[in-house]
Design a binder for this molecule. Structure first.
Ligand SMILES: [Zn+2]
Length: 345
């Protein structure tokens, strides 16, 4: 089969022919229909989510949608022909956090799909049956690629931050893959949203999915602009960028009882916190890590019901995935990208 293969952490993928994987015990072989392309993929290709030499060569891609074509011995809960999407984390299913449906905190975490084992930048892939969840009827493959991470992650954030009616939420990085769905999800949970990103195209897209206002992070009047809508500050600030300046901006615009959510894990980034202000204004800082299987399925249901619209702005064949990587690095990809697998690609 053909695949995009990473040969060194920090390198680019190479399109080449590799042997088709065989499902092991408890695993299924999936014929890939489409796979999402977003910043997280670049992040782990860079070696930021594990860089063990024994994990190379590696096929990246974790937002996989496809059809089960073969089952390994003892693969439970699936049938040949099922349409499935991948859960990103390799977890034990037995520890206390797994049992609580807090799988991202699994005590026996075995790594990420696309990092610790091969992902979906390929015609076929194998995964443990527990990592394959059903795609709701009527959701086409490319749209479904946005569910396992770009849409399910905002669902988890909304829980973590307790977003509800009456909240005014700022999303920084709102035009990106997670961001454009975070804007929609916060609205589904009942909040109003102010979107922040760079460039008019992304800002317009966030307004189109329901942001009450959208502002450019590079504007010198940014704080004034947000305060014109939220004179007492916002109740929730979500940082999807992870730079020192966006992290301090999020803290700065919080109002009393405000909650700030961190989602990025770039090494070496720190931010200053004022304990005095934390106490006097009862602020809360929250980390939010990926999503549970239960939340992923709930997020999928919202897509099937038409309440969340997957924004996948650019689709290319498997052979051309590098083009999407370039656009992600340049910050010019709106929402998510995806590769599609067709006969002959
Ligand atoms: Zn576990």
């Amino acid at each position: 089969m053909y695949a995009q293969v990473l040969h060194e952490w920090g390198g680019e993928v190479v399109y080449e022919e590799v042997s088709t994987p065989v499902p092991g015990a408890g695993e299924a072989l999936v014929k890939v229909e489409a796979c999402g392309v977003g910043l997280t993929v670049l992040n782990y290709m860079q070696g930021n989510m594990g860089r063990r030499p024994e994990d190379l060569p590696r096929i990246p891609g974790h937002e996989v949608v496809g059809k089960v074509v073969e089952l390994g011995v003892g693969a439970e809960g699936l049938q040949v022909g099922d349409r499935v999407m991948a859960y990103f984390y390799l977890t034990c299913g037995r520890c206390d956090f797994c049992r609580l449906a807090h799988e991202p905190l699994c005590r026996n975490f075995q790594g990420y799909v696309g990092v610790a084992r091969d992902g979906g930048y390929a015609e076929y892939m194998t995964l443990p049956a527990a990592n394959l969840l059903p795609v709701p009827d009527g959701v086409p493959p490319v749209e479904a690629t946005a569910i396992p991470d770009a849409i399910a992650t905002p669902f988890h954030v909304s829980h973590r931050a307790g977003i509800g009616p009456g909240d005014l939420v700022v999303v920084v990085g709102a035009g990106g893959g997670v961001g454009i769905h975070m804007v929609q999800m916060a609205r589904v949970f009942g909040a109003e949203v102010i979107a922040i990103d760079l460039g008019e195209e992304k800002l317009r897209a966030t307004r189109e999915v329901g942001a009450v206002a959208a502002f450019d992070f590079s504007s010198p009047d940014l704080l004034d602009a947000v305060h014109s809508i939220a004179p007492l500050g916002v109740s929730v600030a979500i940082d999807l960028v992870g730079k020192p300046e966006t992290l301090s901006f999020c803290q700065e615009i919080l109002g009393r009882r405000g909650r700030m959510v961190f989602l990025t894990t770039f090494p070496g980034i720190t931010t200053e916190v004022s304990p005095r202000r934390m106490v006097l204004e009862e602020l809360t800082l929250i980390g939010s890590r990926y999503t549970s299987r239960w939340e992923l399925l709930k997020a999928a249901q919202l897509v099937a019901e038409g309440r969340i619209k997957p924004i996948v702005s650019s689709v290319v064949p498997l052979a051309r995935v590098r083009e999407l990587h370039e656009r992600l690095r340049a910050g010019t990809l709106l929402g998510r990208g995806a590769i599609v697998l067709e006969e002959g690609t």
